[in-house]
Structures are given as C-alpha cells and as structure tokens.
Design a binder for this molecule. Structure first.
Ligand code: ADE
Length: 239
C-alpha cells in the first residue's frame, strides 16, 4: 500500500512513519509513505502558503494554489487511483471498522491542514472523505495523519509479528482488551490471577474473554451495545 501525506511538516510524517511496526512494514516493502510539502509548490518569492479568509475574522487559511499543485504532483507520482482524505475535526470519527476498509485500499493521499483549515471549494473538489480522530482540536492534521498511517499500516498483511497480532484481536470485535501480566523476576507471580498460571488454555481463553466483556461493560458500555456477542458471551457476562 502507498500513502502520500501532504503536510507543511513533512519531517514529522517521515520520522513517525519510520518507527516501530509501521517502520518495519516500510522496510518489508508492505507500506510506502511519502511526504509532500505544499511550500515546495508556492510560486511567490516568500513561498507563502497561507491566506486571509473572505469575510474577515481572525486566522488564516491554507492557500489553495500550492496545495492543489502539491496534490496534483502527489497523485501523478503513481498510476494507482488515490482515495483523498482530509484530516479535520469536522469529519466523522475514525473507527477500527473504517481503518480496516482504508487498509484494503491500494493508495491513500492524506491532507494535513494548518491554520484555520482549507478553502471549502478545494475540499468539495478534491477530497473524497473527511476524517476526525476525536472530538478535540489539534493545531494541525499531522498527528491525526500519523494516527491513520499507524492504524492502517499495522494491518498490512505481514506487518505484525505473531506476538503483536494476538493482542490485536480484542478491539477488532468491538471490545476492550483484557488485562495482561508480564513475567517478572522481581514481582514473581504475586497479584497474577491463578487461572493464568494454571496451564489450562480453555480456561484462560474463557477468563480473557470474560475480562474483555466486563471491562467493556464497565468502561465503554456504548461499545458493548454495538458489539457482536454470541450466546457464550452472554453467559460469561451474566456470570
Ligand atoms: N485536525 C485538527 N484537529 C483534528 C482532529 N480532531 N482530527 C483530525 N484532524 C484534525
């Protein structure tokens, strides 16, 4: 999969995409992240990328022309059709289900806004989808783009090692993860639930599922209402 990110801070995008699981996906050739700077497409002597909005008021908008030229260059860099995403608090909130769908696309272009955002006409013309990563305002789209690159990158086939992928399963079905306990010389087994020391794999799986259900019930009842539960889950919840 290829992800092009358009940002006034391309170094942040490059550096964050080089870390951990996503960095490894890059090294394995499963994910290619390329950052583009609209400032490189500014045509005036000051390489200006902001502009005052019509109607006045505080704040600036990103200048449409360098952005459009930068987007054009990014799209033309690869023949695969690109799904263009604008990271903004005005979009629907990102979910794991949407992450899965985006991860299956061959190519994304992510637009990171700065200042007060982008010209509405540009959004209408160029953007396929707006996405918010939560109900709070960041000073730019870069952190949101890094979140999306990470969430989508780790789902590329072969990106996760066996050890990572087990912990992924829980949220995938709409539930919170169960608690985990590390093997530790200093702490020994004190405070570790006995079932985890029992060697009984069926009992351990049941306990983990019950913990997931219980935690979700306590902490995120909104998720539990939407989760797909079977009869065994309902029995564990009632226990
Ligand atoms: N840009 C600024 N705030 C944002 C948010 N909450 N989600 C996505 N992009 C943003």
């Amino acid at each position: 999969m290829r992800i092009d990110v358009i940002s006034l801070f391309p170094e942040f995008i490059r550096e964050s995409a080089a870390l951990g699981v996503v960095g490894r996906a890059g090294e394995r050739g499963l994910l290619q992240v390329q950052a583009w700077n609209p400032r490189d497409y500014a045509t005036d002597n000051y390489r200006r990328v902001d502009q005052r909005p019509f109607g006045g008021g505080p704040g600036m908008l990103m200048l449409a022309e360098p952005l459009a030229a930068c987007l054009g260059a990014a799209k033309a860099a690869d023949p695969a059709p690109a799904h263009v995403v604008y990271l903004s608090p005005q979009g629907p909130r990102l979910t794991q289900a949407r992450v899965r769908e985006l991860a299956a696309m061959p190519r994304l272009v992510l637009l990171c806004g700065r200042y007060e955002g982008l010209d509405e006409r540009f959004i209408e013309r160029e953007v396929d989808e707006e996405i918010s990563i939560g109900d709070y305002v960041l000073s730019g789209g870069e952190l949101a783009a890094a979140v999306l690159v990470d969430a989508v990158g780790r789902l590329q086939e072969g990106a996760l090692n066996h050890a990572d992928s087990a912990s992924q399963d829980s949220f995938e079905d709409g539930l919170l993860d169960c608690p985990h306990y590390t093997r530790s010389e200093a702490a020994g087994t004190e405070g570790v639930p006995a079932v985890l020391l029992s060697g009984d794999h069926a009992a351990i799986a049941r306990w983990r599922r019950q913990q997931s259900l219980g935690r979700t019930w306590l902490r995120r009842p909104d998720l539990l209402a939407r989760a797909r539960l079977d009869a065994a889950d309902r029995a564990l919840l009632a226990d």
